[in-house]
Design a protein around this ligand. Structure first.
Ligand SMILES: [Zn+2]
Length: 223
């Protein structure tokens, strides 16, 4: 199955985070609103870019949604079930608004823990209960997932397949292909600009790069 090559680009918080970091390095993934809008303008010009937003920050609905709509774009959002309705995060109305605007809504798990560790004790909570709580709000089934912290191994992927997820998003900073079950993404970071996004995430891959991309992804999925 060799679909069209895609570049999946993911964002986290937009603007200035309210409080202390909820996990180490969190603020590294927050971008200013002006940087976000400039990167979004660049993405809007690319036919092979797909956008996503992790962690369910309130900025998903307050900033990202109107900016996407102004540009005629759609994106996938991956909220954390336990954080819905807590300060700084999407509440039920905001999550519903994303779904009603035609955005994809998947799951980023229950408690934002790496599934490589959490599934050993809390697989049902992370993969089933979290998706059910999100689906209750949107009124639509949740069949896409983004791995917290991009962490996965063979066992995590098997559990996600068994749970019936249609598409799984990671953060491997490699190109993806349309229609594949596993979708690597690039994460935009605090110091990114349209120029660095173009160089780091959108540049064409050489034949040699592609060999490395395939090998890396194969090894990661089989660990
Ligand atoms: Zn996350």
């Amino acid at each position: 199955m060799n679909g069209t090559e895609l570049r999946n680009i993911s964002f986290h918080g937009i603007g200035t985070p309210d409080g202390p970091e909820r996990e180490p390095d969190e603020h590294r993934y927050w971008v200013t609103e002006s940087a976000f809008l400039r990167v979004l303008d660049l993405c809007a010009e690319q036919s092979n870019v797909r956008l996503s937003f992790d962690d369910g920050n309130a900025s998903d609905a307050a900033i990202a949604l109107p900016a996407l709509q102004e540009r005629g774009l759609t994106a996938d959002f991956f909220p954390i079930a336990d954080r819905l309705g807590t300060p700084g995060n999407l509440d039920h109305d905001a999550l519903q608004a994303l779904a009603e605007a035609g955005m994809g809504v998947g799951t980023h798990g229950a408690a934002h823990r790496p599934w490589t560790k959490a599934l050993a004790t809390d697989q049902n909570m992370e993969l089933e209960d979290a998706r059910a709580r999100i689906a209750d709000v949107t009124g639509r089934p949740v069949d896409t997932a983004a791995c917290p912290f991009g962490a996965y191994d063979r066992k995590v992927l098997q559990a996600l397949r068994t749970a019936g997820y249609r598409t799984v998003f990671t953060s491997d900073a490699r190109p993806a292909h349309e229609g594949r079950w596993l979708q690597p993404r690039y994460s935009v970071e605090a110091d990114d600009t349209p120029e660095t996004v173009r160089a780091r995430m959108l540049a064409p891959r050489s034949a040699k790069d592609r060999v490395v991309d395939r090998a890396v992804l194969m090894v990661k999925a089989w660990r």
